[in-house]
Design a protein around this ligand. Structure first.
Ligand SMILES: NCc1[nH]cc(CCC(=O)O)c1CC(=O)O
Ligand SMILES: [Mg+2]
Length: 338
């Protein structure tokens, strides 16, 4: 950077003095086009269950989800990301429900695409909603370490992704962190004639404790018990490793690349965008949402102002889009000229 003449020749406050000049020099902007809204869906009719650790977020049945989708579309939010709550009776060690063409996710995707063809639908590809042990992949019977097997899991993920694509999903989003899953899924989609289905790879997904409220929401916390995901999700200490992960997913044919969580990992968002120049997304996860909501509920923070500041920070860091539980709120605030 060129040296700036010293004070008093330079007065940084000059440009901050009025709203018009603040607007003229603003470098980043958040728009509704940047938002992806995550939704939790469950079986049944006219069901809406609040998620206690995520105030303002509910698990809803398909009929109620259609109303949410309509609102998202009306507000101009480009896409929904679908997360299923699977009945305990349908979970198994082999996660077979994950590629059941009559399962919850395929039915919901079909209904959404039928009613709202222009609204993007993103599905999560990972086995954790479907496994009795709550891990994202398969575990060998009698393995005392409960080690998630990589290559065996790839076959399951490929079937799951194709099942979602055949139901009409626009984007499949592997969030499992198995090695090689993007290539395996791309091959399965292409062989199945689904050449237009995009892959949003959760390339740099960290083994984070900020996922706690999400695991409550989908009911995988109980199944996971004292288990953790350290053998496949990334170590929060690492940054270079994230660049390698994204680079590998580029080589395997992913279209979009996710960093997750968000605010504690802004440096990773920045590096991915700056070093690799790919469509870069960030997931403001459940724990980040819960923190902001809790502080706002206590009157300790201005909830709206802090949420919008965090979303803008993602844009400044280089994100092309943000998956956030605030998506509908933010779209409303933007519309109201916030
Ligand atoms: N495939 C699991 C999955 N998909 C999305 C989230 C977390 C999202 C959030 O916290 O908002 C997780 C949690 C996990 O890895 O255990
Ligand atoms: Mg990887």
């Amino acid at each position: 950077m060129r040296p700036t003449p010293a004070f008093p020749v330079t007065r940084m406050r000059r440009m901050r003095r009025d709203e018009f000049s603040r607007r003229l020099m603003r470098e980043s902007v958040l728009t509704t086009d940047d938002l992806i809204y995550p939704v939790f869906v469950l079986e049944g009719q006219d069901r809406t269950e609040a998620v206690p650790s995520m105030p303002g977020v509910s698990r809803v049945s398909l009929d109620n989800l259609l109303r949410v989708a309509e609102e998202a579309q009306t507000l101009g939010v480009p896409a929904l990301a679908l997360f299923p709550v699977i009945d305990a009776a349908r979970k198994s060690d082999g996660a077979e429900e994950a590629w059941n063409p009559d399962g919850l996710v395929p039915r919901v995707v079909q209904a959404l695409k039928e009613r709202f063809p222009a609204l993007g639908v993103i599905t999560d590809v990972a086995l954790d909603p479907y496994t009795s042990h709550g891990q994202d992949g398969l575990i060998a019977r009698d393995d005392p370490r409960a080690y998630v097997m990589n290559d065996e899991t790839l076959e399951a993920l490929a079937k799951q992704a194709l099942c979602h694509a055949q139901a009409g999903a626009d984007v499949v989003a592997p969030s499992d962190m198995m090695d090689g899953r993007v290539a395996r899924i791309r091959a399965e989609l292409d062989a199945g004639g689904r050449i237009h289905t995009r892959i949003l790879a959760y390339s740099a997904k960290y083994a984070s404790s900020f996922y706690g409220p999400f695991r409550d929401a989908v009911g995988s916390a109980g199944n996971l018990g004292a288990g953790n995901k350290y053998t496949y999700q990334m170590d929060p200490a690492n940054s270079d490793e994230a660049i390698r992960e994204v680079a590998m997913d580029i080589a395997e044919g992913a279209d979009m690349f996710m960093v997750k969580p968000g605010l504690p990992y802004l440096d990773i968002v920045r590096r991915v965008k700056a070093e690799l120049q790919v469509p870069t997304y960030v997931y403001q996860v459940s724990g980040e949402y819960a923190m902001l909501k809790a502080a706002a509920a206590n009157g300790w923070l201005d909830g709206k102002a802090c949420a919008m500041e965090a979303l803008l920070a993602f844009k400044r860091a280089g994100a092309d889009g943000i998956l956030t539980y605030f998506a509908l709120d933010a779209a409303r605030w933007l519309k109201a000229g916030a």
